[in-house]
Write a new protein. Structure first.
Length: 276
């Protein structure tokens, strides 16, 4: 069974977000826990959260994905920026325990000239400070496009981050199709080859979610420009391979394409129609 959804807003509350997901044909989804620019988190309504959790269970949703603010830089050269990232992620992970057993996704950051080794060490340090043995959330490191000094632009760099984490069982990976394509991995040559490389470098058991995005750019562009499914340089065949790959059946497949809720409804229907 495929768990397919898109990014939704918590502006009207968690329960309303879950109901909207079902209305557009989704059985998973992604959301920002707070303003994506990193502002303060809204006070959690415990009754809203109770209804949210019950709705997901009653309607057989897969794991859902929370996304850290994209402005955080865990491997900044400035301590106050790294500390802000630590405090935001720590607070977010506390909230995630109100919806146990789900996924928290974050960008591993940009080393801004310090060098790859220093950048990886900073991000590993952050993870070691925010992870705990009793947490039920899996923290997913997102594969990046390699724009500027981003780390995590290939599986080897992701592996190095994971290698430095003490509680490795609390960490996974979210594979973004646009990002790996723009980083230089030609996913059009077959999802099987990508997954085999992932398994060799990291271990397939660490793959916990996928972001499904076509790309406005060519392979290796390193610019991170998402496109509608089938309208970009990756093309529909790759996404057909993904929804039909048995290794990915239980993972959340999250659309981050440039469209609205109705557009995502159409894309979800399209992806489900590719199932053979």
């Amino acid at each position: 069974m495929n768990y397919i959804g898109c990014h939704l807003s918590i502006g009207r509350g968690y329960f309303s977000m879950a109901k909207l997901a079902k209305e557009i044909g989704a059985n998973t989804f992604q959301f920002f826990t707070r303003n994506p620019r990193g502002g303060a988190m809204k006070k959690i309504d415990e009754e809203d959260m109770r209804l949210f959790n019950a709705f997901l269970l009653e309607n057989n949703f897969g794991k859902v994905v929370a996304h850290a603010p994209y402005t955080l830089n865990p491997c900044s050269d400035k301590e106050y920026v790294r500390e802000f990232g630590r405090s935001v992620i720590k607070e977010d992970l506390e909230i995630m325990e109100m919806m146990p057993g789900n996924i928290y996704n974050f960008h591993p950051g940009s080393h801004v000239g310090q060098g790859l080794d220093v950048g990886i060490q900073h991000t590993t340090n952050l993870l070691n400070e925010v992870l705990s043995e009793d947490m039920t959330t899996i923290v997913a490191i997102e594969t990046m496009a390699g724009k500027g000094t981003e780390i995590g632009r290939n599986f080897s760099e992701i592996k190095r981050i994971i290698d430095g984490v003490d509680l490795k069982e609390k960490v996974g990976v979210c594979l973004d199709t646009c990002h790996v394509f723009e980083s230089g991995m030609d996913i059009r040559e077959g999802i099987d080859e990508i997954l085999l490389n992932f398994d060799r470098e990291i271990g397939l058991e660490k793959l916990v979610a996928l972001h499904l995005n076509d790309s406005k750019n060519e392979c290796g562009a390193r610019k991170d420009r998402h496109e509608l499914i089938g309208n970009g340089s990756i093309g529909l065949e790759t996404f057909s391979e993904i929804v039909n790959d048995e290794r990915l059946q239980k993972l959340p497949l999250i659309l981050e394409t440039p469209t609205d809720e109705e557009g995502h409804r159409v894309e979800i229907e399209l992806l489900r129609s590719l199932k053979k």
